[in-house]
Design a protein around this ligand. Structure first.
Ligand SMILES: [Zn+2]
Length: 149
């Protein structure tokens, strides 16, 4: 999903936290977590190319066409969500954490339904099973379907 959509959705969720829960801190944490978990794409790029993707175009091209590198995406995983929501429940964490978890969760779900990937790709264990190989994880047609820009 394009960043502009994550920004819009996360901002709307932040407004909900302000209006219905009177929690500015949850709104801020929701917004930033809903947007910034995509930084793991930058980390994958850096690990593959040993440089920072300064241009968004380079990052999109890397993610959608370059199949010879690993796809770690550490933050895009349901296992992380379970750990985060479990920690919130067990340790009775406050609205800062709940806002972050909502932003994080909605981000992953939106990606799940908007990106043409195998449904299990959003499980870290599935990516581990395929040794994070982008070529093995992504459908053979993926690289034909996605236009880099
Ligand atoms: Zn994402």
């Amino acid at each position: 999903m394009k960043p502009v959509y994550h920004v819009s959705i996360s901002a709307a969720l932040g407004l909900i936290f302000i209006i219905f829960f009177n929690s500015f801190v949850a709104a801020i944490s929701c917004f930033f977590c809903g947007v910034l978990i995509d930084l793991d794409h930058h980390l994958d790029y850096f690990l593959a190319k040993d440089e920072i993707p300064w241009r968004y175009r380079d990052l999109v091209y890397f993610c959608s066409t370059d199949k010879n590198h690993k796809m770690y995406l550490w933050f895009h995983s349901y296992e992380s969500l379970v750990l985060l929501w479990g920690a919130i429940t067990v340790f009775n964490l406050d609205m800062l954490w709940i806002g972050a978890a909502v932003g994080f969760t909605v981000h992953v779900i939106c990606d799940q339904f908007s990106n043409p990937l195998h449904p299990l790709v959003y499980f870290l264990t599935y990516r581990i099973k395929y040794n994070f190989s982008k070529e093995k994880l992504l459908d053979k047609n993926f690289f034909k379907q996605v236009r880099p820009y």
